[in-house]
Design a protein around this ligand. Structure first.
Ligand code: ATP
Length: 302
């Protein structure tokens, strides 16, 4: 079984649904409030576990009630949380206002995620035994960089989602095998909006890039071969939250199993397309059997 380690964030998403987001100084009455376990790290961990990998999570929850729920959500998804720290103080939170047009405004307060500042010997041993290390940018950049460098030293594939977008330390880039930005992050990193040009620019610093393009699919580029695009299945999207995390989790599993890149991308695209047809973040992520079944029925239809 593919073994994946995620070094990343856990956040409790506090979601307020309103007709229209308030302007500065204004109060509006919302319709509904939900607390949903999330964080890019935890979402990728759940996605990879559902896609069929053995997954361990390195990160931190706080000593508040949210911390208990965040850990339980990962345990419930079958993610190993033995090396997930409990840091004194509040858990990470994402305060999200979703309006009726599907737009959102988000404030993330790192909380316990900020307490993950260094790797332990146990973390290193875990990473050394994995097929891939998944990284994002919701932990301190210093520890994300340490994780990537450790994995590189131990010969483990590093897959970095550069979100939320921010400048990347050169040492982190140098230790990244596969970079998976969405098109906005790719543009922020390179200064060019055309995905092909952005991919070309990114290949100067990393060996492989996948740029996700929402409903338009994804673009894969490597130093070895011409770029390929993989179209996304045409579906009716009801909630695209965490589509990117579902895609990355499934892609890591498929690559870990040794599937060739085009097949791995197609499989990840099916996983993400299944997730956008259902509401929620981790709740919408498909299980391996569903991804396989949908992939097979699409092949049969060809
Ligand atoms: P998010 O921030 O919502 O997690 P993202 O911005 O990181 O997503 P996207 O590029 O929007 O990432 O989507 C990731 C992948 O999910 C796409 O490459 C595609 O395969 C799939 N996807 C996203 N939206 C749709 C859609 N409407 N229909 C089908 N597939 C989709």
């Amino acid at each position: 079984m593919t073994s994946i380690v995620v070094l990343g964030s856990t956040n409790m998403d506090l979601v307020a649904y309103v007709a229209r987001a308030p302007a500065r100084g204004e109060t509006v009455t919302g319709r509904e409030f939900r607390t949903v376990p999330g964080g890019k790290g935890a979402n990728q961990a759940v996605a990879a576990a559902r896609a069929g990998a053995e997954v361990s999570m390195i990160g931190a929850v706080g000593t508040d009630d949210f911390g208990v729920r965040l850990r339980a959500a990962l345990d419930g998804a079958g993610v190993d949380t033995d090396l997930l720290r409990t840091a004194e103080g509040p858990s990470g939170t994402a305060h999200i206002v979703v309006d009726d047009e599907g737009g959102n405004a988000i404030v993330v307060i790192p909380g316990a995620n900020g307490a993950v500042t260094a790797l332990t010997h146990g973390d290193e041993a875990l990473i050394g035994n994995a097929d891939a290390l998944l990284l994002q940018l919701e932990l301190p950049l210093s520890v994300v960089t340490e994780g990537a460098r450790t994995a590189r030293r131990l010969g483990v594939r590093t897959i970095l989602t550069p979100a939320p977008a921010k400048p990347l330390p050169p040492e982190l880039v140098a230790a990244t095998d596969l970079l998976v930005p969405n098109e906005h992050e790719a543009a922020a990193l390179t200064g060019v909006t055309d995905p092909y040009a952005a991919a070309e620019a990114l290949l100067r610093v990393v060996p492989e890039v996948v740029i996700t393009l929402g409903a338009r699919g994804s673009l894969y580029a490597s130093r070895e071969a011409p770029p390929v695009t993989v179209s996304a299945p045409r579906v009716t999207a009801v909630d695209t939250t965490a589509a990117g995390d579902t895609f990355v989790g499934a892609l890591a599993v498929a690559l870990g199993e040794g599937r060739p890149v085009p097949g791995a991308l197609a499989w990840a695209s099916v996983a993400a397309a299944l997730s956008v047809q259902r509401p929620g973040a981790s709740t919408s992520m498909p299980y391996r059997s569903e991804i396989d079944m949908e992939t097979n029925s699409r092949m049969d239809a060809l």
